[in-house]
Design a protein around this ligand. Sequence first.
Ligand SMILES: [Zn+2]
Length: 158
Amino acid sequence: MLCEMCGIDVANPILSKISGTILQTCQKCSTMGVEASEREKVGNEKYISDVMNKRSNRLREKVNKTEKILISDFGNLIKNGRERKKWSQQELASKISEKKSTIASIENKQYKPEKKLIRKLETVLEIKLMEAIEIKEEMKSSKATGMTLADLMEKGNG
Ligand SMILES: [Zn+2]
């Protein structure tokens, strides 16, 4: 291996940054430059894959935020829960101080119960009507501000 600065033969060349260029040099010439940065040592490809991994880890963390919403199949859940208890719609209605027509509308999904009524139904039927969903807002924002692999490549070459 020849030193890329002075051209002498070196057994163990040192990676040095000299005037912004990475060169393999002898010990003596390496003192003219600064030691190559981590990115320059590992090479662009690995650097980029590391960056991309860190980015996707970060996105995963953010996506873990959850919110509770009414399960979309609430009508069937309530109907099945009521039938398991062997109650008529009228019986269920009177247990939670509602009208039979309200129960019928909820089971048909014509009417979406509000939180207070959901809790009453959950308690009396011993079912869960709320489900946790992941909030994916962060995906949107990463699209707006995020860099693509191509962006990184461009920066790497610059
Ligand atoms: Zn040299």
